[in-house]
Design a protein. Structure first.
Ligand SMILES: *[C@@H]1O[C@H](CO)[C@@H](O)[C@H](O)[C@H]1NC(C)=O
Ligand SMILES: *[C@@H]1O[C@H](CO)[C@@H](O)[C@H](O)[C@H]1NC(C)=O
Ligand SMILES: *[C@@H]1O[C@H](CO)[C@@H](O)[C@H](O)[C@H]1NC(C)=O
Length: 180
């Protein structure tokens, strides 16, 4: 009886422990545009729903690019904004020390791309191979229940005469899928 009770309790506890690494982002839709083709060209492909490949050619060195990252999702008719900021691209490593979303993104990037977040950005060929996000590694809990998914828009800019000029942008529509 005692043993039975014990195993019942253990079974209940196990059921209660949130299953780690069970949620994965699926790329439902990806679209991208190049604003200044003299600076770059790129192609993006989604491989089996959850991983992303990209080829990026920087055709001219870029001294100090900026990027705006917008992450939001509509939950129960309300637009929830998780992040919406323009920062220097080469500040990413520094920001990642203080921001959990960026920290986890940086860890994932290190394994999947040769982007190094260093300035000036050289005239180089960059790639992303099998970029795959474990949704539960990011503090985006509320997005898990969003029926229409989670949108991420990344826009890159150069600064000319104190104005930001768009070089290119990419828009992802992600859904959160549970695996276990
Ligand atoms: C992008 O630029 C590179 C280098 O100039 C070139 O080899 C490649 O064909 C271009 N790709 C596209 C999709 O335009
Ligand atoms: C996607 O492809 C990888 C390797 O190519 C494979 O290990 C993985 O199981 C695939 N995932 C799905 C959801 O099909
Ligand atoms: C982010 O902020 C800008 C203005 O600062 C606004 O135009 C844009 O709509 C915001 N993005 C989202 C997803 O709400």
């Amino acid at each position: 009886m005692h043993i039975l009770l014990k195993s019942l309790v253990i079974a209940l506890i196990l059921k209660e422990i949130p299953c780690k690494k069970c949620y994965v982002f699926y790329y439902k839709d990806v679209s991208y545009a190049v604003g200044l083709p003299e600076y770059l060209n790129y192609t993006v492909t989604v491989v089996n729903k959850s991983s992303l490949n990209a080829e990026l050619y920087v055709l001219k060195p870029i001294a100090d690019p900026y990027w705006k990252i917008e992450m939001h999702s509509r939950i129960r008719n309300t637009d929830i904004i998780f992040y919406n900021k323009t920062t220097r691209y080469c500040d990413f490593g520094r920001l990642a020390q203080h921001n959990t979303i960026f920290k986890n993104m940086l860890l994932t990037f290190r394994e999947t791309t040769n982007l190094d977040f260093k300035c000036p950005v050289c005239k180089c060929h960059y790639f992303i191979r099998n970029l795959y996000f474990q949704a539960d590694s990011l503090p985006l809990g509320p997005a898990f229940s969003a029926k229409d998914g989670f949108q991420v828009i990344v826009t890159t800019y150069i600064k000319e005469q104190r104005k930001l000029k768009e070089i290119g942008s990419i828009r992802f529509l992600l859904s959160v899928e549970k695996f276990c």
